[in-house]
Design a protein around this ligand. Sequence first.
Ligand code: MN
Length: 358
Amino acid sequence: MSPRAAQNWAALTDIGRVRAHNEDSVLAEPPLFVVADGLGGHEAGEIASHIAVETLRDHAPRRADAPALARAVRAANKEVLRAAKEGVGRTGMGTTMTAAIVEGTHIALAHVGDSRAYLLTGGELRQLTNDHSMVADMMRRGQITEADARIHPNRSVITRALGTDADMVADPYEIEARPGDRLLLCSDGLTGMLEDTRIAETLRAHRDPADAAAQLVSAANDAGGHDNISVVVVDIEGSSANSHGVRTADSVTRGWVAAVLWVLAVVAVVSATAYGTYLYAQRRAFVIAEGDVVSVYKGVPGELASIELRWLEDQVTADTSSLSLGERTRLTEGIRFDSLAAALEYARSLESSPGPAQ
Ligand code: MN
């Protein structure tokens, strides 16, 4: 009998150094791996992430099928909503969810919120999922850099979560990895404390997934441990000659082309769901300035551990230097309005008048 191979995965969750509860939940039952970061405070986040993970486990497909996994995340969303309605936890509790099914070199992901999936491939770390967060929206629009996002006052504001909207959908991704690649799922307690370069170094430095996971958690704690920290590390094994449907994995480039095509498909799905989110979002709105760019969001500006939904509605370029210091400060933190129309009107009143033609 050949010696049993060391386990090719590890999962860890840690309370961190600041929080009173660990509201994250992790699950590692190969081929299924999940990280969920609960929101809602007073232990409600813990309940939400736990319900979500348990429900996902019951509904997840057995194969690396991203659309089916995304449907299982929707079932988990409905269960969190139902529990809150029935008085389990708290109304408004919610959770992020990043779920993976690893089948040989084929990885299916379904994702909601600001937890993340990364792949270490050829020694390089690539983020596989797109955050559903206000700062990610701002980065995609080129308004702020990643360094700005790390210190932004609204960096904890997420734009999609389980437990907020019955019509919520998860983003599906399918990735063709290579044997020797390493998958990482993590909550923002890791990525908020450590730069990607540091995460990559740590993943490269420890061959055993259990060591890598433990070192990531301890590095995040050494950096401050401001939030609960969850990590799942999975080493990709198996033969790259496996054929999964139409794709072959003989080239990582082709794998990544496939990933890009998936992301494009996902963008279409996300656009279709914007309407559902729009229906859900309350009539409240707020206006917030970042330099010369003034953005109008539905929802309210962020408080930690709340999961109020916000959605970018409009942006204008404004010359805020003509405002009073008080107004400028309030605008940087976000000014609330009772209606979207009022917020839009206010933002437009700030808009710079076009300069004289050149
Ligand atoms: Mn967190």
